[in-house]
Design a protein around this ligand. Structure first.
Ligand code: MRU
Length: 345
């Protein structure tokens, strides 16, 4: 199983798995500047909400090292620019969550800039370690819903590769796989246009000997009607205080289809994915390059000038969600009151 991203103490740089090359090649990138980290996030060499949060945290630590600041004010100014540079994708809350957390550590720190730089490196490493712990807790908290011999439908990649290690949906599957001696199966939706389900989820599940079946997104209704899956478990890029869940495009359609077929629809995400401030109408959904749809693996599949709409995410309303499973606890049939209860418990 992968450690998607790691701070390398010996060289003070970051090593990450290049997800644009998987599953054909497993290559690592060494990142030593915050600008290169911003590019890696933007081009999806690293992707998945918690993983880009960890990447942004480490990007801020790299910026601190790069700054050469001789005063705390100079360092803060450099870090504020770096945070803007790193915030390259608007939908996953984890990016701004991580850059803000790093800025707050720098603002609160006393002492000379060199000491603050070391504090920021420790904080970036702590964000990554917390992520590993939170994923394990999500997996444990999900066990009450996942029974031996269950088949779980998922979409996109919310596995190890979308986090630092283990995954959110990945943890749900892996903890159940471990606890039920392998008696767990996965259906992975391909996830057009970038095919994270086919390229990443199938790859990492098979690496761990988890029985996984790949389907195209359009097959979900048939698979549900034929009774092939017991529940859906998806990740999230942002969960609002109202219980609205924003995740990879296609998730909303899956949730509607699950409701129609009476299949439970679970969302697995760490508390850091919950945005307590934004209202549903102010959510920003990233629209990506039209060529992600016009071209597959370098081969054009339509008229080159075809008009395209390419939103990368969609939002599922709370009435379609059976439960939100976090590291801290579970909210069934979410609404604003219950979400607040989770925050305050
Ligand atoms: O565009 P991506 O690949 O970054 O989108 C990723 C997803 O939508 C994941 O489902 C989500 O980030 C949850 S990852 C634990």
């Amino acid at each position: 199983m992968f450690r998607t991203i790691e701070w390398m103490d010996d060289a003070n740089n970051v090593r990450l798995v290049d997800q644009t090359k998987l599953p054909l090649k497993t290559e690592h990138l060494i990142i030593s500047s915050h600008k290169r980290m911003a590019q890696a996030i933007k081009t999806m060499e690293i992707r998945g909400a918690p993983a880009i949060g960890a990447a942004a945290g480490m990007g801020m630590a790299l910026a601190a090292l790069e700054s050469g600041a001789s005063t705390k004010n100079e360092l803060l100014e450099f870090l504020e620019h770096a945070a803007d540079t790193l915030n390259t994708r608007p939908t996953a809350v984890n990016l701004t969550w991580a850059t803000t957390r790093m800025l707050n550590v720098a603002r609160a720190a006393e002492g000379d800039p060199n000491k603050i730089v070391q504090l920021l490196i420790s904080e970036a490493k702590e964000i990554a370690e917390e992520d590993v712990r939170m994923c394990r807790d999500i997996g444990e908290n999900a066990l009450r819903y996942i029974k031996p011999d269950f088949t779980i439908q998922t979409i996109c990649n919310a596995g190890s590769l979308a986090t630092v290690h283990l995954g959110t949906v990945g943890a749900v599957v892996r903890v159940a796989h471990e606890r039920y001696s392998g008696r767990i199966r996965v259906y992975a939706a391909e996830t057009r246009p970038r095919q994270q389900g086919a390229k990443l989820t199938v790859f990492e599940m098979m690496e761990d000997n988890i029985d996984t079946t790949l389907i195209t997104d359009g097959m979900i209704g048939t698979v549900f009607k034929e009774g092939r899956v017991d529940c859906c478990v998806v990740g999230a890029d942002r969960i609002l205080r109202t219980g609205h869940v924003t995740n990879k495009i296609g998730t909303y359609t899956m949730a509607i289809t699950a409701k129609y077929h009476d299949i439970p629809f679970y969302v697995a995400a760490p508390m850091s994915t919950i945005d307590w401030d934004t209202d549903p109408e102010n959510l920003v959904i990233e629209e990506r390059n039209p060529d992600e749809i016009r071209v597959i693996n370098g081969t054009p599949i339509t008229v080159p000038t075809a008009k395209v709409y390419n939103p990368a995410f969609d939002t599922t309303p709370p009435e379609l969600v059976t439960a939100i499973i976090t590291d801290k606890g579970v909210v069934e049939l979410p609404d604003e009151d219950k979400m607040r209860g989770l925050r305050d418990c």
